[in-house]
Design a binder for this molecule. Structure first.
Ligand code: ZN
Length: 132
C-alpha cells in the first residue's frame, strides 16, 4: 500500500459543503463527478499533496445516506493508493480482512476501487484505489 490517496467526507449537501471547504482551503474544488453505482455525487479538492473527496447521497439506498443517518456528517473513509489492486485484494483477504467487493469496481476520479469492511479494520472504512 502506498500513500493516502484521499480522505472521503460524507456531507448532506454537496453545494453547501463545496463552499464551506472552499473557504477552509482557500481554493475551489477541481472536479465534481457522479458515481451512479454507489449512489453518490462527489467533488474533489486538492490541498497540497493531498486530496479530499466530499460525498453526497443521490438516493436513500446510497451507503452515504445510511452512513449519515447512523453517524451524521463526517469522515467516511480513507483511501490508499495501490499499484496493483487485484494482488493487494488477494493479499489482504489472506491476512483475514473482509472485502466489501470481490472485484475492483469503477470509482470516481478515474480509479479502480475496492473497500475493506470496517469491522475488520477497527471501524475505519478503507478504500484501495488504483489508477485506471
Ligand atoms: Zn474515496
Amino acid at each position: 500500500m502506498d500513500k493516502i490517496e484521499h480522505i472521503g467526507i460524507a456531507v448532506k449537501n454537496l453545494e453547501n459543503s463545496n463552499s464551506l471547504f472552499a473557504s477552509l482551503f482557500g481554493k475551489e474544488h477541481y472536479k465534481t463527478e457522479a458515481v451512479e453505482s454507489e449512489g453518490v455525487k462527489t467533488s474533489f479538492f486538492e490541498v497540497g499533496p493531498n486530496k479530499i473527496e466530499l460525498l453526497e447521497a443521490t438516493s436513500e439506498n446510497s451507503p452515504i445516506a445510511k452512513f449519515i443517518e447512523k453517524r451524521g456528517e463526517g469522515i467516511h473513509h480513507i483511501a490508499f493508493a495501490v499499484e496493483d489492486i487485484r494482488s493487494e485484494m488477494k493479499r489482504l483477504e489472506k491476512e483475514g480482512f473482509t472485502l466489501l467487493n470481490k472485484e475492483p469496481k469503477n470509482g470516481a476520479d478515474n480509479k479502480l476501487v475496492a473497500f475493506l469492511h470496517p469491522k475488520t479494520t477497527n471501524g475505519v472504512l478503507i478504500e484501495l484505489c488504483q489508477d485506471r
